[in-house]
Ligand binder design. Structure first.
Ligand code: APR
Length: 243
């Protein structure tokens, strides 16, 4: 085990209230594309068209084609990876306080994680904008096989449970994430480019409140300079090694 991973193991052993902050890189090893960088989803789908609330409210066919062709088939097939199970183990040890995730795939919960804060919503819940009825991902997919955009039984339009660009984040999730970031003694960033706000403000909140900051990400991030440890490597490989 190399020196930097040894020091990560030491910091985890010394910590009692750990927050794990996950991004698309954490689910990459479950077969779900990340957004940015080479081969990222946003290099194939323009987020200003396929993931923007104003476009969605005018013409939701862009989003629903993206859901039908890309999001649903990939997330439906995806399974939790060793990184997800390592965090469940850390939770069972009593050291993991909260998981704050930007991911909408629900894989943390599928691995058995509790106390997950979903800052960007979830693709596993789809809501009717008229009557509020909630559909599962599979039910919505069945509906859009009949018609696109899919309609609720009340005739209303359906909207994904994911937060689209231009849409405010769920306030309760933001509040809980801020509280967790303020009250942890170790904040671990796992697989995020840390360029999307307000989610990316959490590492700085944690650092400001005295927590140690660790970043495990293949590419450099804008927060590396304030981190105590930076490891440019695979989240599931390193977590499986230290936990
Ligand atoms: N292990 C560690 N890091 C990885 C791995 C891996 N196996 N695979 C990719 N990465 C890193 C990449 O280096 C990249 O910096 O994960 C990062 C993923 O960054 P983004 O694609 O920008 O994803 P994320 O930070 O989660 O994006 C934030 O932006 O598009 C919106 O709402 C969307 O929640 C998302 C938000």
């Amino acid at each position: 085990m190399d020196e930097v991973v040894k020091s990560l193991k030491k910091i985890i052993n010394e910590s009692n209230k750990i927050v794990a902050f996950t991004g698309a890189g954490f689910s990459a090893e479950s077969g779900i594309s990340t957004f940015r960088g080479a081969g990222g989803l946003w290099s194939k789908y323009d987020p200003n068209i396929y993931a923007n609330i104003n476009v969605f409210l005018q013409d939701s066919t862009y989003y629903w084609n993206f859901f039908k062709d890309e999001r649903y088939p990939v997330i439906k097939k995806a399974k939790p990876n060793p990184g997800h199970y390592a965090l469940v183990k850390l939770e069972k040890s009593g050291k993991l306080y909260r998981v704050i995730t930007q991911n909408i795939d629900g894989l943390h919960q599928e691995a058995g994680q509790t106390g997950v804060i979903e800052l960007h919503g979830s693709t596993r819940k789809i809501n009717c904008l008229s009557c509020g009825k909630v559909y599962s991902m599979d039910e919505a997919y069945k509906l859009l096989e009949k018609e696109l955009p899919p309609k609720c039984s009340c005739g209303g339009n359906l909207k994904p449970g994911t937060i689209l660009f231009g849409e405010p984040l769920p306030q309760d999730a933001v509040d809980m994430a801020k509280i967790a970031s303020k009250n942890c003694d170790l904040f671990i960033v796992l697989g995020s480019s840390l360029v999307v706000f307000p989610a990316a403000s959490m590492p700085r909140i944690a650092k400001k409140n005295g927590a140690k900051l660790v970043i495990i990400n293949i590419d450099p991030t804008p927060f590396d300079e304030i981190a105590d440890i930076v490891i440019n490597g695979s989240t599931s490989k390193i977590l499986s090694e230290v936990i």
